[in-house]
Ligand binder design. Structure first.
Ligand code: BGC
Length: 503
């Protein structure tokens, strides 16, 4: 066992590095929960630009667009419309906080199933929406759904994966988010031509929900969660299944029982425990990582790409194609992360991705400033538009192998068992809260700051890259139950964790 050190394959723990067919299938099935979050991200951007949808639910947006002599940065600046999109994030925020209780009480797997069913109900209501009330109710249910699945899935993956390859397995979640985004973009491309297209786009969200819910029903819960809930026999079975029937799982089981006993002996409310001084480093990461992820500006780029290409006269179709290209690049780059994250580590990817995204954001700002002018009313030539697309793709690749998957991975792997669900909940809540604030503000920011918006995000990327370099310890290959060692060795965080009773 590698307690206190960085080696994974100490005597007695070699099984922890073994990849079995069963663990691969289990993790792919669990990771597919990312589909529903991705589908929603991809579908809502497109639907809110469909004229029949706006005509039925938000006629004022259409009136404003017709009257305004807008520059290209201000075309979609409507608070009402963004509040439709972001209502999901508020609901998700509340649900993710409740989800830590639910995952602790009924397990990771069951929480994923509940999330899938709630999302399914929301999708059905949205597809059949006859008025705004139904639309909002549907979105709230979708939000509850992703609040649950985004909380439970990364924890599930980190607990089930062999520690040596935990990073790779965990990137599966972001991979499925990206598949959901691309699928939704393609569907929007097909449905945008029809008056009822928005209904189909929204209603089809039941498909990813059915896929992931059915999958989740077929997998067993994580050994940690089963031990925590006193189901020792089932925990052993689950371990044998994922580690291989010939594996010696006794050591790992004993370690889980030990962690669970420590957790039970604490008798404290996890939301109180997590604020103890010894967990300060963990808490800071659970808040900072998702906060920074949103400040990379990924959702702004994703939203802005079609608007930009439309405004330079590429037409509606090519605008959506630009979005699909971006989505595909993002998808491919996550696979790079899958192969690199456990070999070169999390920090390497954060650094490389950060520098790449920073350069691209600054370059996009420069090209836009030079070509469209400060007012944003001059037209940018197709050649420059293609250059901007290339820069945005390079940016999306940087995000896809760094902040995209790693923002789900880090919070799910740094906490001790007793506060792991709580830490992940806080992290998801911060992700949703930041997405909400940014989506409420970025359209007016784009309208006022114009190309400066990209410099704003570039500045944040510089800050977060320095933050990671200084404060994030490397967690590659370390078993979850030995994770305390990384803080004890860290030049800054060790003062918080040293001399604390064992957790
Ligand atoms: C982020 C989302 C983003 C998506 C893009 C996720 O990790 O949390 O905000 O839209 O990646 O693929």
């Amino acid at each position: 066992m590698a307690v206190g050190g960085f080696a994974v394959d100490g005597p007695g723990s070699s099984f922890k590095g073994k990849i079995t067919v069963s663990v691969v299938i289990t993790c792919i099935v669990a990771a597919s929960s990312g589909l529903i979050f991705g589908y929603d991200i991809g579908i809502s951007g497109g639907v809110t630009t469909m004229v029949p949808f706006l005509h039925k639910f938000f006629p004022s947006v259409l009136r404003k667009a017709a009257e305004a002599k807008t520059n290209m940065y201000c075309v979609f600046d409507s608070q009402l419309l963004t509040s439709f999109t972001s209502s999901l994030y508020i609901a998700g925020l509340a649900a993710s906080l409740v989800a830590s209780r639910v995952t602790a009480a009924i397990g990771r797997k069951n929480t994923i199933v509940i999330g899938g069913c709630t999302f399914l109900a929301g999708a059905a209501i949205n597809g059949g929406a006859a008025n705004i009330a139904m639309l909002i109710l549907g979105r709230i249910l979708l939000g509850f759904g992703v609040g649950f699945t985004n909380q439970a899935t990364p924890v599930y993956l980190s607990e089930v994966a062999p520690p040596k390859w935990r990073g790779a397995f965990n990137t599966g979640f972001q991979f499925f988010i990206a598949i959901g985004v691309v699928a939704a973009n393609c569907i929007n491309y097909g449905t945008a031509k029809h008056t009822w297209g928005w209904r189909l786009s929204l209603g089809l969200a039941i498909v990813p929900a059915i896929i992931m819910t059915t999958g989740a029903l077929l997998i067993s819960d994580t050994p940690s969660s089963l031990v925590e809930r006193g189901k020792l026999e089932q925990a052993k079975k689950s371990l044998l299944k994922i580690r291989g029937s010939d594996a010696d799982v006794e050591d790992e089981l004993a370690e889980l029982k030990r962690s669970s006993e420590v957790a039970k002996a604490a008798h404290r409310e996890p939301f109180v425990t997590i604020f103890e001084r010894q967990y300060r480093p963990h808490l800071v990461m659970a808040i900072a990582i998702p906060f920074f992820q949103q400040l990379t500006g990924i959702n702004v780029i994703a939203f802005y790409a079609p608007v930009l290409f439309q405004s330079v006269g590429f037409g509606n179709d090519s605008a959506l194609i630009a979005a699909i290209i971006l989505g595909l690049v993002n998808l491919g780059s996550i696979l790079v992360s899958t192969f690199v994250v456990d070999r070169y580590g999390r920090k390497f990817l954060f650094m490389e991705g950060g520098i790449q995204m920073f350069i691209c954001q600054v370059a996009v700002a420069c090209v836009l400033a030079a070509t469209t002018g400060v007012s944003g009313t001059k037209h940018i030539s197709k050649g420059y538009a293609v250059l901007v697309l290339v820069l945005m793709c390079t940016y999306a690749a940087g995000f896809g192998w760094s902040w995209g998957p790693l923002s789900w991975l880090i919070p799910s792997e740094i906490f001790p068992m007793k506060i792991r669900p709580t830490g992940q909940s806080i992290s998801v809540a911060v992700n949703f809260a930041t997405t909400f604030v940014l989506s409420q503000t970025f359209l007016s920011m784009l309208c006022h700051f114009k190309f400066g918006t990209f410099l704003f995000y570039a500045g944040w990327i510089a800050v977060m890259t320095i933050f990671v370099a200084l404060f994030l310890p490397e967690t590659k290959g370390i078993p979850l139950d030995s994770m305390d060692a990384v803080w004890e060795r860290h030049w800054y965080w060790r003062r918080f964790v040293r001399g604390q009773p064992e957790h």
